[in-house]
Design a protein around this ligand. Structure first.
Ligand SMILES: C[S@@+](CC[C@H](N)C(=O)[O-])C[C@H]1O[C@@H](n2cnc3c(N)ncnc32)[C@H](O)[C@@H]1O
Length: 304
């Protein structure tokens, strides 16, 4: 009797265990085969397929997207010959007469120093190296300030016996706050006398026959030079050092570079370099299949 009871208890226990296991199994199966809640489904879609596809397409379309940053102004198809470059600028910008005539005017004399020159890397070997190599008839300097690098180029071209004309494109505003370090550059009624002091420096070094200011923003100035057919054998870029400025200046300046000419600029290897200049130069060189050379703190892109 006891034996029979033991057997039926064991049987009952095995049946109950089997039922419990079955129940657990079906619960687990149901849980794992349930549809995901909508928000989880959405997240997983966003982080996998469409997002990945979008990023691949972004990279693949990079050259097309850069089209938006292309400079599209119409440039003259007949370049102005070198001996007519200065007359063209005098005519287009200065009503046909030299801005150096009777300079400085009486009302500015007391606010100018006889000479006040200051630049950054403005006497680097790169200037002489490139001038010797290119023997430029026309140089365009993009970013002049007080004329340190422009006047150094005058010295080099004189030494080499070259007849070189240098256009200095700068709005001659400096940058916000620059007078903290240049308190001696006077301001008259809110107008900082940078252009006047630059011109005074040019007069002091007897260089008014080979240097001409083009006092506009680099963007509008370069576009106009292109439209007027002004081209240069050598172009120096040293204006705004953020990516957007450097990128715009390089792209615009490249359009007025003569075939075989050289474009170069400062701040590839200085504290300001990776603020934007180096990135702009690298991207430009890559997109145009140009090889970057460096010379001191300067980058150099040659077209031949
Ligand atoms: C670093 S300084 C040039 C120094 C000069 N190359 C030298 O070595 O003696 C930069 C000059 O670029 C000019 N500049 C900056 N951004 C400009 C812009 N968008 N348009 C015109 N000039 C600009 C400033 O007025 C300033 O005189």
């Amino acid at each position: 009797m006891i034996q029979r009871n033991k057997l039926s208890i064991a049987k009952l226990f095995t049946q109950t265990t089997a039922i419990v296991i079955l129940l657990l199994l079906s619960f687990a199966l149901g849980y794992y085969s349930r549809p995901s809640p909508p928000h989880l489904l959405q997240i997983s879609q966003e982080t996998t397929t469409p997002a990945a596809a979008a990023s691949v397409s972004r990279i693949a379309n990079l050259p097309t997207q850069l089209e938006n940053f292309r400079v599209t102004t119409h440039c003259s198809t007949s370049p102005v010959p070198p001996h007519l470059v200065f007359p063209t600028i005098l005519d287009r910008v200065f009503n046909g007469s030299s801005p150096f005539t009777k300079f400085p005017p009486r009302h500015l004399r007391s606010s100018l120093k006889q000479k006040r020159v200051k630049g950054w890397g403005s006497n680097g070997a790169v200037f002489e190296n490139l001038i010797k190599r290119v023997k430029p008839r026309v140089i365009v300097e993009v970013g002049t300030f007080l004329g340190a690098s422009a006047l150094h180029m005058v010295n080099v071209t004189r030494k080499l016996g070259l007849q070189t004309q240098i256009l200095c494109l700068d709005d001659f505003r400096g940058w916000p706050g620059f007078r903290d370090r240049f308190k001696d550059i006077n301001m008259i009624n809110g107008d900082v006398q940078l252009l006047a002091q630059f011109m005074q420096n040019v007069v002091y070094f007897n260089a008014s026959g080979s240097v001409l200011p083009v006092p506009f923003s680099t963007g509008s100035g370069l576009e106009k030079l292109c439209e007027w057919g002004i081209t240069a054998d050598l172009i120096e870029i040293d204006a705004g050092h953020d990516f957007i400025s450097a990128w715009g200046d390089i792209n615009r300046a490249y359009r007025i570079l003569k075939p075989g000419g050289v474009i170069f600029g400062h701040d590839y290897f200085t504290a300001a370099d990776n603020r934007g200049v180096r990135r702009a130069v690298n991207l430009f060189a890559e997109l145009n299949n140009l090889k970057i050379h460096t010379d001191g703190q300067h980058w150099v892109l040659a077209t031949s």
